[in-house]
Design a protein around this ligand. Structure first.
Ligand code: FES
Length: 181
């Protein structure tokens, strides 16, 4: 069985690709597509989903995933599989700041539980929830590859390591300052 892109059976019914996504998003995806041969377009699916998610307030709608599938000549199910497998993608709305807390082995041994408890108390939400003002989402994730700095979490593209409750407070205060609050 080949994994190469074959014109998918819905191809004839597909909207003109010019009508898919926005020109800005298409341009960013095209930059990734340029790295792969035409028959391996699906190799850009992770980048495409990340780009689309960033342009949609941090989450992916079914319609957007379908458009990515059409743009990359993939069956929608193959795109859903990627979007629901990796923790970096969201299929429901999230807060402005998504705090991805690692609770895997190294972080657990180094006190991730204490960090989770502190965050939940401080923000008044549990893991998987978003604050009522839409500013913070708490998400539990597996190892983010920064075990040497455990316990750690990720917010946006930034890693925060060797966390303590005091450091968490300071990070949240800085985010509030950045938000102008
Ligand atoms: S276990 Fe937390 S970053 Fe690896």
């Amino acid at each position: 069985m080949t994994l190469r892109c074959q014109p998918w059976s819905r191809a004839d019914k597909r909207a003109d690709k010019e009508n898919l996504l926005t020109p800005e998003v298409r341009a960013e995806i095209d930059a990734w597509l340029a790295k792969y041969p035409d028959e391996w377009k699906q190799s850009a699916v992770m980048a495409a989903l990340r780009i689309v998610q960033e342009h949609n307030g941090g989450w992916l709608t079914r319609e957007l995933m379908d458009q990515v599938a059409d743009y990359l000549d993939m069956p929608p199910i193959a795109v859903y599989e990627v979007a629901t497998f990796y923790s970096m993608y969201e299929t429901k709305p999230v807060g402005r700041h998504k705090i991805c807390v690692c609770t895997n082995v190294s972080c657990m041994i180094r006190g991730a539980d204490r960090i989770v408890e502190h965050l939940e108390n401080k923000l008044g939400i549990r893991m998987g929830e978003t604050t009522g003002d839409g500013r913070f989402t708490l998400k539990e994730v597996e190892c983010l590859g920064a075990c040497g700095g455990a316990p750690m979490f990720q917010i946006g593209k930034q890693y925060y390591e060797n966390l303590t409750p005091e450091l968490v407070d300071s990070i949240l205060e800085n985010l509030e300052a950045d938000d102008g609050e």
